[in-house]
Every structure is written in C-alpha cells, then in structure tokens.
Design a protein around this ligand. Structure first.
Ligand SMILES: *Cc1c(COP(=O)(O)O)cnc(C)c1O
Length: 472
C-alpha cells in the first residue's frame, strides 16, 4: 500500500468555510476576513508538512479552534469601554476625560440626522460651524475671540505656522518640553517652518535673555507651560506679565501654551491651583492655547483664545481647514462648556471634576463592596486589602500633586497551588468583558477606586474572571 500523502489530508478552504462551527465567526467578522484567515492557516500547515512530512496534518476542529483564538484577539483589540482603575484620572492611553451624559446624548442626536453644522437657520444661508462654540468660549474666558481645532498640538502648530512661518521664535531652554508621543516643542517649531531660538539655561531664564534674542526676524514671544515636570532648586523664569510687556514693547504677540488650561480655579474645589485661560489672558497673553480633554473635561480638541486680529489670521490659514473638528466634537464641547455657566453644580455635572474632587472617605462604600467580592473570587489565590493610596490628575497636569484615595491591593499567595504571578492576575482582569485596568506596584495589583462610582460594574462581571493557565 502506498503511503498516504499528508497534503491530501488537509481540508480545502470550502470545507472549512462550510463547517457549522465557523458560521458564528463568519457572521461576526465577514466571509472575506475568515476566508483570508483560512488560506493563511492552510499555507502555514502545508509549509509545516513540507518541513516535517511525518507530522500529523491538523484536523478541522483544531483549525477552527485556532481561528477562534485569532479572532478573539481582534475582538479584544477593538476600541471599547474599560474601567480605569489606574489612579490616573486623565489617562491619555485610556482616552482622557469622560464626557458628561448631556454631551453624549447630544452627540448621538446630532449624529443620527442632518444638522445645521454650517447652515444659518435665520438667513437660510451658509453659516459658520464654529460660531456657537466660540461665543461660549469667549463668554467664559472673557476673550475677544476663539477658535477650535483637533487638539492642542494642532492649536500650537496652527499658531506657530500662521504667525511665525519663516521667522524666529525665542523660547526658554527650560520650556522645550516633550509632552509625550511626538509632541516636542523644538520639533513642532521645525514642522511649522519656524526657527526656534533657545534662550536662557535649563534652570534659569531671565528677561534680558529674551530681550537679547529679539531682532527684526522675531515673530512672537512664547511661553510653554511645563505641564509634565517641574524644575526645582536654583531656578528662575520670567513672569508672564513681564514677557508680555517685553513682547508688546517690540510690537510682537505673546503666546502662552497652557497645555491643560482649566476654565475655573480648581482651588475652590479643594484641588491644587492650576492657571486658568482667564489668568493667562489677564497676565497679558495675546493668544492662549489649551486642550479640550484634559482638565476642561471635554472631548479631544485644541482651543485658542485671545486677540481677534490674531485669531482671524489663524482662521484664514489653510491649515485651519485641515485641523478643523467634526460636528460630534463641536456638539460635545458645546455641552461641556455650557456646564461652566453653572460653576456651583460643576462638581456634580462634570465627571472629570467629580472624580478629581471626590473625597477618599466617600470612596469607602465602593471599596468595601469590591473588596468583599474580590476576596470571595480570589480566595486561596490572592489576598485582597483596602489601602490608602494616591491618585494623580494625569495628562501632564500638576505632575507632582497627589490626591489621597482608596484602593484595593491584590497580593498573590506565593504558596497557593496553582500560584498566579501578579502580571497573570492583571491579565485575567484585563480579559473581563469590561476590562479592569489597574497598576502593578511592589508585586501587588492595585485598583484605585477614585473613578469607580458604581461597584456593580465590577461585581456583575467577576464570575467571568478566568484564572486558567497560570504561567509556569
Ligand atoms: C498636553 C499638552 C499639549 C498637547 O495637547 P494635546 O491636546 O494632547 O494635543 C501641548 N502643550 C502642552 C503644554 C501640553 O501640556
């Protein structure tokens, strides 16, 4: 009897596509994606058989299992809600600010139908998409004019490119910040066609450093809020008002990149002071740039406020068109800004502020509920304790400030059988239907409950926690 050709035992694409167990995958991901994945899988199997003709060809069941795991990965990586229990309220990797319900409702409503985005309902003619939001920003900040773009990086780029292209911009060496990702002041200067003139030293910059750097090529003076770090010790920086005066003596605009930029003094909510856009304008800035989704608590956006003639120049730039925001952002930003008209209720209505100002004592009921449930679920595997911990604001705002908080510390039992290393436990919690993202510190998995207002979000899904397959 001639030996069986193992290749001939590999199923064809059609047989796999018609298998009953694969139909749910086809329904979810589409026939094309599944067909491609089957082809790839068959090619790999064929190559394995060429290298090792004696190996058994995979059966249909095993191949479907492989495909299921593969698409499970895709299911997991698509954009979806998670529980931010990291203790960093404005976590850039976890989407920064959470929108208030009114903003979400209106965002959905305006996406469901046509809207008057650029249509004036009074005149019946073409309107301006930015008018309503800009009027509200001006009302809150007292600015003469405002404009909104995709994010604050875009706002800085637009300002530099529109006002400084081909010219020089002096910036203190202590403020040449990298915000994360690829946003670095020196690089953004280059991409906007400006020549960065570094002045002063890393720790100390004086007014005469700026004065000495000004010449007929200078476009503007700029201050960058060093949001994500602080220089301590023998330091000096030039007060904004003096920089503004110097700029104005030379007929130059003074631009302040605030970064986070709040619209309300946070100290009235028991939080550390962070300069507001109003403060920056009062100190003499002609333009102030800040983010929509940092302390402001809104959607991703970059806001520029200040002198009308300068804002008009930004609006006239072709770059403004490329950096403009869509209607969903506009409507969400509008609704968030409207909340600032009622500062007395802002602490309840704006999730970012609600989380940041939540007293540690108020977190105890949630901490107790989650503690009891975790203890039960992890019995024999890990110890769970309620701890005092420290949250941070995040997104480079007030990097050194910490907010007293409550957390759950999960410590793996070393002598448990089987035992789970802490990263394995963290992985299991990330695999939940609503992934729980904590932080690992000193061999413990910590869940900070500052941003968890409803314990049932955790309790209702703990039965899905799968501790299978501890790593060896
Ligand atoms: C965060 C930040 C930026 C970038 O803002 P995005 O909204 O993330 O684009 C720019 N400058 C400063 C000082 C910042 O803190």
């Amino acid at each position: 009897m001639s030996p069986v050709n193992p290749m001939a035992q590999l199923p064809g694409v059609d047989r796999l596509l018609n298998a009953t167990d694969i139909q749910p995958l086809i329904n979810e991901f589409g026939r094309m994606a599944i067909t491609d994945a089957i082809r790839t899988l068959l090619t790999e199997s064929r190559q394995r058989l060429i290298v090792d003709p004696g190996s058994p060809p995979p059966n249909i069941g095993a191949m479907i299992e492989t495909l299921t795991v593969q698409f499970q990965q895709e299911r997991r990586s698509r954009l979806r809600p998670v529980l931010n229990l990291t203790g960093t309220v404005l976590h850039t990797n976890l989407g920064r600010a959470i929108l208030p319900a009114v903003a979400i409702d209106n965002l959905i409503r305006v996406s469901h139908s046509a809207s008057n985005l650029e249509f004036d309902l009074t005149t019946g003619k073409r309107g301006d998409r930015d008018t309503s939001v800009e009027a509200l920003i001006c009302q809150i900040t007292g600015a003469e004019a405002a404009t909104v773009v995709n994010n604050n990086a875009a706002a800085v780029l637009l300002v530099l490119q529109s006002l400084g292209h081909g010219k020089e911009i002096p910036v203190s060496r202590g403020e040449l910040v990298e915000i994360g990702g690829s946003f670095r002041i020196p690089e953004i200067m280059t991409s906007s066609g400006c020549k960065l003139v570094e002045v002063g030293a890393t720790n100390r910059t004086h007014l005469q450093d700026f004065a000495g750097a000004i010449n007929d090529q200078t476009a503007l003076l700029m201050k960058v809020h060093t949001s994500n770090y602080e220089i301590k010790g023998f330091t000096a920086s030039v007060p904004e008002s003096e920089l503004a005066t110097l700029a104005h003596e030379h007929g130059l605009p003074f631009v302040n990149d605030l970064g986070s930029g709040t619209l309300i003094d946070l100290s009235r909510f028991g939080l550390p002071y962070e300069p507001t856009a109003q403060d920056a304008l009062t100190a003499g800035a002609d333009l102030v740039t800040f983010s929509g989704d940092k302390l402001l608590g809104g959607p991703q956006a970059g806001i520029v406020v200040g002198r009308k003639d300068l804002i008009d120049r930004l609006k006239a730039s072709p770059l403004k068109r490329a950096l403009r925001v869509d209607k969903m952002t506009m409507v969400a930003l509008y609704e968030v800004l409207k909340l600032y008209r009622h500062p007395d209720t802002l602490q309840q209505t704006l999730p970012t502020l609600r989380y940041l100002s939540r007293p540690a004592d108020a977190m105890m009921p949630v901490a107790h509920a989650v503690h009891a449930a975790l203890q039960e679920t992890l019995a024999g595997v890990a110890d769970v304790d309620i701890i005092d911990c420290m949250s941070q604001i995040g997104s480079g705002s007030l990097p050194l400030e910490r907010l007293p908080s409550k957390g759950l510390a999960i410590t793996p039992c070393i002598d448990a059988n089987p035992s789970y290393p802490v990263h394995q436990l963290a992985l299991a919690f990330r695999a939940l239907p609503l992934p729980m993202i904590g932080r690992i510190h000193d061999g413990q998995l910590i869940f900070d409950v500052r941003t968890l207002e409803d314990a049932s979000l955790v309790l209702d899904q703990l039965s899905c926690l799968s501790l299978s397959a501890p790593s060896p």
